[in-house]
Design a protein around this ligand. Structure first.
Ligand SMILES: C[S@@+](CC[C@H](N)C(=O)[O-])C[C@H]1O[C@@H](n2cnc3c(N)ncnc32)[C@H](O)[C@@H]1O
Length: 276
């Protein structure tokens, strides 16, 4: 199973769904009674779902460390019993057939060797809707005032997509998985998560720039990058990456740095045939 740090999830999800929740409209959240968020991690989507419905929302994940962080967020926010968390595997959910009326996941399918098996399991536990919110990593774009950043991020992203074991750029194949799982009325809407860095710089932007200059951000994906290229090519990329990071740090110091990252997420929704 691919593992993620709580810091990585908090960093990549910051601001997500805060600007626009239209693409979640097909989930009919206000009318839901029981919702399952599978592969919930630190509960980034779980909390968004809970804010849009009075339903009970249960997050499930196979990583108990991430679930502890998610539970801590709930305690910190003084949240009531609307949200709960359960340990479990997406392909063998510890939930009865038809126990919820919406089973949803975000950035889970791209990390699984057999996404269709997980969609079948989501369909088993839902009496009505199944939804998947999956990034299209092949279509991510970055615009930056530091020229080298756009080039190097593209180079690293292309190598990562080629080197990672699962299909992290599923795109339309999410719909194929829904069809294979027997879901009907399948429809897709796109949400683009825009991550902006501009003056005045938030603490997170300063941390992110420091991670670029040290190469730490790239090192998180070392195995995938080496798998797609070679140790030497990775070391070469890392050297150029750190140089670019130092440029970013200098530009921040001068108050001249701006960056926007556009991460497209496709929200695919289907109905269980013969369901509610
Ligand atoms: C990229 S993270 C997404 C987390 C969260 N949904 C979000 O959008 O912030 C993928 C999550 O899927 C979980 N995961 C991976 N394989 C799993 C499996 N077989 N069963 C349950 N969870 C799994 C990971 O532990 C991780 O929390």
């Amino acid at each position: 199973m691919r593992r993620f740090s709580a810091e990585y999830l908090e960093h990549t999800r910051r601001g997500m769904w805060e600007d626009d929740r239209d693409a979640l409209g097909e989930l009919n959240l206000p009318s839901r009674e029981r919702v399952l968020d599978v592969g919930c991690g630190t509960g980034e989507l779980t909390r968004v779902l809970a804010a849009e419905t009075d339903a009970t929302v249960i997050g499930v994940d196979a990583d108990s460390e991430l679930l502890s962080v998610a539970r801590g967020e709930e305690r910190g926010a003084g949240a009531g019993p609307q949200i709960g968390y359960l340990a479990g595997d997406a392909t063998r959910l510890p939930v009865a057939d038809g126990a919820v009326d919406l089973a949803v996941c975000q950035a889970l399918l791209i990390n699984l060797p057999d996404p269709t098996a997980a969609v079948r399991e989501l369909a088993r536990v839902s009496s009505d809707l199944v939804a998947a919110v999956e990034p299209d990593n092949a279509d991510v774009r970055v615009a930056s005032t530091v020229d080298a950043e756009e080039r190097l991020e593209r180079e690293a992203r292309e190598a990562y997509v080629a080197g990672v074991e699962t299909d992290v750029a599923l795109g339309d194949r999410v719909r194929d998985a829904f069809d294979a799982a027997g879901l009907v009325d399948v429809r897709t809407r796109r949400y683009v998560h825009e991550k902006r860095t501009e003056p005045p710089y938030a603490e997170a932007a300063l941390r992110s720039a420091a991670r670029k200059a040290s190469g730490a951000g790239l090192a998180d994906h070392r195995d995938e990058l080496v798998a797609a290229t070679s140790e030497d090519a990775y070391d070469d990329l890392r050297g150029r990456w750190r140089e670019m990071g130092r440029e970013v740090v200098d530009a921040i110091g001068a108050g001249e740095y701006e960056r926007v990252e556009y991460v497209p997420f496709d929200v695919t929704v289907g109905r269980v045939a013969g369901g509610d």
